[in-house]
Design a protein around this ligand. Structure first.
Ligand code: AMP
Ligand code: MG
Length: 395
């Protein structure tokens, strides 16, 4: 049997980082920056008021209370500024440019709020409530480096330096294709022998959760020809394909039957539990990676976490490797088959303890849904006594 690490290494050696493209900001969330972003101007571009109040000369309000004539009103966006002369005040709003002559802003709360004249009750320090030009970013300064994942704040600074479009590595487009003659669309009635398709929902959501764009293709039955047709139809819009089901040792394994003859997809036994049968390779003229995951719901999800998620990181241009683990203390005795790495569904608590959930079968999706972690039991370990420290993958 092939080791989990060797299987992941093969996958990461095959999958390629997506080429950069220029996107409108509206489409850039969750993508990876592929250029250096710098600011053409200082930010803020001009000295401006941090508060609503009065622009004054600080020396004029050293003795309080003092009453000054209000000679002008400046709102944010004003471009006609009258200078503040000695003994004068100008009413000013947050974000408005500080008029020449003024060297401090008195918050409105320290005054009577007058409009023709204002009585100021507290002295003010030089520079008070003035946001200086370039205080956030100097002209020409780099604000974001390539390889940064664009979240809301990163999108904000890209817009904030005046950019409309940005070079990024896009979110990988991943098509999820479930197979199984027994599968019925959720919402439809079950006939004897049928189950509702859950994997395509889990996997599409897992793709989105991992920074990709997940597309759920129409589910197909167990006919390899129908599977190939659907695969062909989906290839045009995919950076990678995930299939579920039809890869194990039985009869009616459409994915294996359809893809094995191509010679570009390998079906192997990987030394893990759950999820031993795994297929991986490339398909189509563009050599699109395909992950042929086992059909059992827990197996397909664990396989996604171990193999597809790191591959998605590589496609996005991010450092990619096995899932991160944390150390925890297990509160039950664990058993694991010799020669296979186990991933036991568990609840990791804030106090650093971890407890396996009831129901470790690879079909037990409800148990998976109650878990927030996987306990990793190494290949050569068959029993882990309660109280031992273990490695845990957060879900
Ligand atoms: P297979 O890998 O096709 O042999 O399927 C293994 C098990 O997983 C069988 O019990 C299937 O009914 C179940 N299964 C396969 N695909 C799905 C799916 N999309 N949703 C839920 N269960 C599935
Ligand atoms: Mg099947």
């Amino acid at each position: 049997m092939k080791s989990v690490d060797a299987h992941l290494a093969d996958i990461l050696a095959t999958v390629r980082t997506l080429a950069p493209l220029e996107l409108e900001l509206e489409r850039a969330l969750g993508t990876t920056l592929a250029e250096e972003v710098s600011s053409p101007v200082p930010l803020p571009p001009f000295d401006n008021s941090a508060m609503d109040g009065y622009a004054v000369r600080a020396a004029d309000v050293s003795g309080v209370p003092v009453t000054l004539p209000v000679v002008d009103d400046v709102a944010a966006g004003s471009d006609e500024l009258r200078a503040v002369g000695p003994g004068h005040a100008v009413r000013i709003m947050t974000g408005a440019p500080v008029p020449p002559g003024a060297d401090a802003v008195v918050p409105v709360e320290w005054t009577d709020g007058g409009t023709a004249q204002v009585t100021i009750n507290r002295p003010v320090q030089l520079g008070n409530a003035i946001r200086r030009a370039g205080e956030d970013v100097q002209a020409g300064e780099i604000v974001l480096k390539p390889g940064t994942v664009i979240g809301p704040a990163q999108l904000g600074i890209i817009a904030g330096v005046g950019r409309r479009r940005v070079w990024v590595r896009p979110r990988p487009r991943i098509v999820v294709l479930s197979t199984g003659a027994e599968l019925v669309e959720p919402g439809a009635a079950l006939r004897p022998g049928q189950i509702w398709d859950s994997n395509s929902f889990t996997l599409t959501a897992a793709v989105r959760d991992s920074g990709g764009e997940g597309f759920r293709a129409p589910t197909v039955g167990d006919d390899p020809a129908v599977f190939l047709d659907q695969l062909d139809a989906q290839l045009v819009r995919a950076d990678a394909i995930i299939t579920s089901g039809g890869v194990s040792m039985g009869a009616y394994e459409p994915v294996k039957e359809a893809l094995s003859p191509l010679g570009t997809v390998r079906f192997e036994k990987v030394a893990m539990q759950p999820g031993m049968p795994q297929g991986f390779g490339v398909v189509g003229d563009d050599q699109i990676p395909i992950f042929a995951l086992p059909g059992n719901p827990v197996s397909s999800y664990v396989s996604f976490m171990l193999f597809v998620r790191p591959a998605l990181r590589k496609m996005r241009g991010l450092p990619a490797g096995p899932p991160e683990t944390v150390t925890a203390y297990v509160l039950a005795t664990l058993r694991s088959p010799a020669g296979r790495r186990s991933y036991l569904r568990a609840v990791l608590a804030d106090d650093g303890t971890v407890t396996p959930v009831h129901g470790q079968g690879s079909h037990q999706l409800a148990a998976l849904a109650s878990a927030n972690a996987l306990i990793v039991v190494p290949e050569d370990t068959t029993e882990v006594p309660s109280g031992t420290s273990v490695q845990v993958i957060r879900l």
